[in-house]
Design a protein around this ligand. Structure first.
Ligand SMILES: *[C@@H]1O[C@H](CO)[C@@H](O)[C@H](O)[C@H]1NC(C)=O
Ligand SMILES: CC(=O)N[C@H]1CO[C@H](CO)[C@@H](O)[C@@H]1O
Length: 419
């Protein structure tokens, strides 16, 4: 019978025009209704028993049967409608309605399908190219249209924070392509590796849309558990991280690299603050990509100014890397995405996917809000079958109240070879 397809594979969906889609569904429904009826007719009229009886009986039976069949079909139809409704409620979208009055023409243009010039491609089986847009964009069409309103070939509006708002609402990847992003003159960048520890000038990053307008302001703010004064590369703790431990939960980078027995060349840092993990790794000739969003700070530009590689990514996005490519993945409290336990699983499975067999997963001072969180994480890592090379559960005094303490988990786990 008509299928209800949930296109949520890699977080993106391709949008047809609503009319096209619904007429296809209608045709499908009509077809299935017809075939069901025909099958019923065939089954009952061609049975040998019926052939032996006068047609009078057969007619009666047929009308009775077709009544039953249409009852069943009505039942199926209503369940299908219910399913579709549930699907819409669950995903919050049916398709982007491009007929809405305030839809930017650039958005309509972007979403248009393009037929392949030579017809069906024999290798991939596709006949058209589809522009991909996060399916959740539908929930923020007004913002999306605002984002897609710009002068083609002109300067883009200075609105990266609008883009980030869309990304945080699951609207990823974003469709803007044909304007020039605001550029900031990068005067006074240092050569590598001096760049790793040189302060970054306030003038070479964009502060638009941010509360702070310079790094001094940022350094007096707590920007989350993994970034306390993390833009201050000269004073404070940032320049000692990973080389000098404050407690048993802090592992030293050289100790961890020794566990990888020389095979650590590439890494991925999740929620990597100002890029210090990547900097320490760079000093050891390990190339690390730092995943980050600009939450309250120009993090991407800061990391780049240090001569490191930032990737602008929300953790709900599937990591844009192929399977089994990294030697090490490092994550701290930023890994805690909140919500149902499955949210953490989605993330952990994706980390597992990009990590090679024998590679290391370094969980660094992961904050466990409660015992249940710690247990859930422990169970999860055990399910992956990782070898525990290091495992430390520690407590730190809670800044919020004396007498209380917070629980942190640090671990180095090795991905097994699965066959
Ligand atoms: C990094 O690579 C350079 C150039 O190959 C080499 O001179 C240096 O000793 C390496 N550093 C470490 C820590 O391996
Ligand atoms: C196949 C079938 O159900 N046949 C029935 C058709 O109707 C007559 C009378 O109503 C019955 O005697 C048959 O058994």
């Amino acid at each position: 019978m008509g299928s209800v397809s949930l296109k949520i594979g890699d977080g993106t969906a391709r949008f047809r025009r609503a009319s096209l889609c619904s007429s296809a569904v209608n045709v499908l429904m009509l077809f299935s209704v017809l075939t069901t009826n025909l099958f019923a007719l065939y089954a009952f009229t061609s049975s040998p028993k019926d052939q032996a009886h006068p047609t009078q009986h057969t007619h009666k039976n047929i009308s009775f049967i077709s009544e039953q069949v249409s009852l069943i079909i009505r039942e199926i139809e209503s369940s299908q409608k219910k399913l579709a409704q549930m699907e819409k409620e669950l995903l919050g979208y049916e398709s982007i309605d491009l007929s809405r009055p305030n839809t930017a023409s650039e958005l309509k243009l972007f979403l248009q399908r393009h037929q392949l010039p030579l017809g069906k491609d024999s290798k991939t089986g596709i006949t058209e190219m589809v522009a991909s847009v996060g399916h959740s964009c539908d929930k923020s069409v007004d913002l999306l249209s605002q984002y897609m309103t710009y002068k083609v070939s002109g300067a883009c509006p200075d609105d990266w924070s609008l883009a980030q708002r869309l990304i945080l609402r699951g609207c990823e990847p974003l469709p803007r392509r044909r304007c020039f992003a605001k550029s900031v003159p990068k005067v006074g960048l240092y050569p590598f590796p001096i760049s790793l520890w040189k302060p970054v000038s306030d003038k070479i990053v964009s502060w638009s849309g941010l509360g702070c307008k310079n790094f001094e302001c940022l350094n007096n703010k707590k920007l989350g558990k993994d970034c306390v004064g993390c833009f201050d590369l000269a004073n404070g703790y940032e320049n000692q991280r990973f080389v000098k431990a404050r407690g048993k939960n802090d592992f030293l980078i050289d100790d961890v690299l020794a566990l990888g027995s020389g095979g650590t060349r590439t890494g991925f840092d999740i929620g990597g603050g100002s890029g210090t993990f990547a900097a320490r790794m760079a000093e050891r000739n390990v190339t690390v990509i730092t995943a980050t969003l600009n939450v309250d700070a120009p993090i991407s530009e800061f990391v780049a100014a240090r001569g490191l590689f930032p990737v602008y990514l929300s953790l709900d996005h599937r990591f844009p890397f192929y399977d089994n490519v990294f030697d090490i993945v490092h994550a701290a409290s930023g890994l805690d995405v909140g919500g149902r336990p499955e949210k953490l699983e989605f993330l952990m499975f994706d980390i597992d996917r990009i990590l090679r067999a024998g590679g290391l997963f370094w969980l660094d001072n992961f904050y466990c809000a409660n015992e249940e969180k710690k247990k859930a994480l422990t169970r999860l890592t055990e399910r992956f079958g990782y070898k525990k090379l290091k495992w430390v559960v520690g407590e730190k005094p809670d800044a919020a109240g004396p007498g209380k303490s917070e629980v942190y988990l640090s671990a180095v786990l090795q991905k097994p070879v699965r066959v």
